[in-house]
Design a protein around this ligand. Structure first.
Ligand code: MTE
Ligand code: MO
Length: 334
């Protein structure tokens, strides 16, 4: 199955009524950010879809010290942030199902501690790293970024993370390392979407970046949002965030990072290469074969309906990243 085209989910999943109904469910078990920061994400919602899980609690406790020292990072937008409940309940995470509300329903069982990231390939410090050791002596930063999905909706999310470049430096890539390849966890017992034939995906979910893209100061490894550890449905405990690219590049729940010489295979361009390229830079001038990319629907909608805005070149980050692609034909390298 392909990523849904906008008409497939518009407007049924996004009418103010349905957002309101979902929100009621959410608010019934606590009140948004306040509940979340007082009790942590999952415990605050015990008895609801956001079931507590011991591994989540352990990870939150381990991260509490670093999260209390988050500093504002560079490049943050001052646009209105998308409310927490929308970020928690409108997700793409096919490991938990293809529906927008499947991840919030199904991701509560995912165990995120202990978590190991395997680093291999063209680098001098390969190994199996415990996530806490990777994050331990890093200064966490808040980055309020636009997230633009290829399906033509967008959010503004206050991530907490570390520049990916600072992680990469620890692994000491050698001169053969031209690309990075990333893999998501494969654990069908806790990820029901991996048992279902409907996605068509050859698991694990894979993504990749050119090394200069990976080292760019905008690229982060996110470990939190809204000041807390990452909710499971948003890619706990660690995910990539590449804000000038379509959302599918920002791979969730990473367990492997490989330094490679050749452009790696990636999930969506393997599934439908004519629709999803390796670069996947946000570009209003290059339409998806089945829909326009000129505009986007910013979540949440207003009382009168969806909020539609123009899509910006490189998702508004052209000043920072356009030089990475100088001389490249972006219609060919989409
Ligand atoms: N492993 C994995 N990562 C993934 C996806 C996925 O299905 N599996 N979906 C991608 C897509 S299409 C988008 S738009 C973003 C959504 O991130 P969010 O749910 O945190 O907003 O995650 C991306 N990362
Ligand atoms: Mo997406």
């Amino acid at each position: 199955m392909l990523i849904k085209k906008p008409e497939d989910f518009y407007p049924s999943e996004i009418t103010p009524e349905s957002v309101y109904l979902d929100r009621r469910k959410f608010i019934a078990s606590g009140s948004g950010v306040v509940a979340a920061s007082a009790f942590g994400w999952m415990p605050g919602f015990s008895g609801s879809a956001f079931a507590a899980n011991a591994s989540v609690n352990i990870w939150q406790q381990k991260m509490a010290g670093s999260l209390s020292k988050v500093k504002p990072g560079d490049f943050s937008t001052n646009e209105d942030k998308t409310p927490l409940e929308d970020i928690l309940q409108y997700n793409n995470f096919y490991e938990f199902g293809t529906g927008k509300s499947d991840p919030s329903k199904n991701a509560g069982k995912l165990e995120i501690h202990p978590w190991t990231v395997k680093v291999d390939g063209e680098c001098d410090k390969p190994g199996n790293y415990a996530l806490e050791d990777l994050v331990k002596d890093s200064q966490l930063e808040e980055r309020i970024y636009r997230l633009r999905c290829v399906e033509a909706w967008s959010m503004v999310i206050p991530w907490v993370g570390i520049p990916l470049a600072s992680l990469i430096k620890k692994f000491q890539p050698n001169s053969n390392a031209k690309y990075l390849a990333f893999e998501t966890l494969y654990r069908p017992e806790q990820m029901p979407g991996q048992k279902s034939p409907f996605s068509g995906i050859d698991w694990p979910y894979r993504e990749g970046l050119r090394i200069d893209e990976a080292m760019h100061p905008l690229t982060i490894a996110a470990v939190g949002l809204y000041g807390q550890t990452l909710p499971n449905q948003n890619g706990a405990p660690i995910r990539l965030v590449v804000p000038w690219k379509y959302g599918f590049k920002s791979i969730k729940s990473i367990v492997r990072i490989s330094f490679v010489e050749k452009m790696p295979h990636t999930t969506w361009s393997d599934l439908a290469p004519q629709e999803y390229g390796f670069y996947a830079n946000v570009n209003p001038n290059v339409d998806h074969p089945r829909w326009s990319q000129k505009r986007e629907r910013r979540l949440p909608g207003g009382f009168l309906g969806p909020k539609r805005i123009d899509t910006q070149m490189f998702n508004g980050y052209a000043d920072q990243v356009a030089s990475l692609y100088s001389g490249m034909d972006l219609k060919k390298y989409y």
